[in-house]
Ligand binder design. Structure first.
Ligand SMILES: Nc1ncnc2c1ncn2[C@@H]1O[C@H](COP(=O)(O)OP(=O)(O)OP(=O)(O)O)[C@@H](O)[C@H]1O
Ligand SMILES: [Mg+2]
Length: 240
């Protein structure tokens, strides 16, 4: 369907361990992401969120099932073209300076050379990183790495953002800034999918939320069903 940017169909991921032990990290999940929505991905530690996300962006292969992004099946390179991705633990070439990382990302995304300087400066300002622009990334704090990672993920103005716990490690002001940017991106028609453990953020931002536990989807809630989300979340997760 045209209004579905992402379709995840019966996705499974089995990690093989020693002595024939297996871990069913993702166990047959299906959901879609509608164009222009902010979709939250909630689940306890080890539920399978990061595994799902890594499959969606083509970092690891599914054991079974399919993911389509804009109608293109992952992991075809074309499926990643308009995606901005922020991993759970952003790690970069840490001898790069903050500003250099953004220039590097801009070059990778083939942004017009004449526009790179302006773009990089405006992102550094947006994320309050101007004072740290010339600092090496190995000297960045956790929250600063989240910020530069997010800036790098949106430098090419992707239509779809896939973010794994984007707000973790942020101070309250940075969290507020991130949420404001999310809302602005949504207003500009962008689609956002993000995992989180911060229930008030999910309630505030999301049009819908997918709740996953032990590799299975246990609920998909619309905005109007998100009242008392924390209570609902704890109840549905504990009853499984
Ligand atoms: N490379 C791997 N090899 C083996 N098992 C793995 C691997 N990656 C993840 N797992 C296991 O798969 C399950 C799901 O992990 P995943 O990282 O997807 O969870 P998560 O929902 O992102 O958790 P969190 O909220 O803690 O980030 C866990 O049991 C985890 O130990
Ligand atoms: Mg995770």
């Amino acid at each position: 369907m045209a209004d579905e940017v992402v379709k995840v169909i019966n996705l499974k991921k089995v990690y093989k361990q020693k002595l024939k032990k297996i871990i069913k990290a993702v166990d047959g999940i299906s959901f879609s992401i509608k164009r222009g929505e902010i979709l939250g991905f909630l689940g306890p530690n080890g539920a399978g969120k990061s595994t799902t996300i890594k499959i969606m962006i083509g970092l690891i292969r599914a054991t079974e099932g399919k993911v389509f992004i804009n109608g293109v099946e992952v992991p075809a390179p074309e499926s990643r073209k308009k995606i901005g991705f922020l991993p759970e633990h952003p790690s970069f070439i840490d001898t790069l300076k903050g500003k250099e990382l953004l220039i590097f990302s801009a070059l990778i995304h083939k942004i017009d050379k004449a526009k790179i300087k302006e773009k990089v400066c405006s992102l550094l300002a947006l994320f309050d990183l101007e004072d740290a622009a010339e600092r090496e990334l190995r000297k960045y704090s956790k929250g600063m790495l989240q910020k530069i990672g997010f800036a790098s993920a949106i430098i090419h103005e992707p239509d779809l953002l896939i973010l794994d716990e984007p707000m973790s490690g942020l101070d309250p002001i940075a969290r507020y800034q991130f949420k404001k940017i999310f809302k602005e991106l949504k207003e500009r028609g962008k689609t956002i999918f993000f995992s989180s453990h911060i229930i008030p953020d999910v309630e505030d931002l999301c049009d819908r939320v997918v709740i996953i536990n032990k590799g299975k989807i246990i609920q998909i809630l619309n905005k109007e069903d998100m009242k008392d989300l924390e209570e609902v979340f704890i109840k549905v997760v504990q009853h499984r």
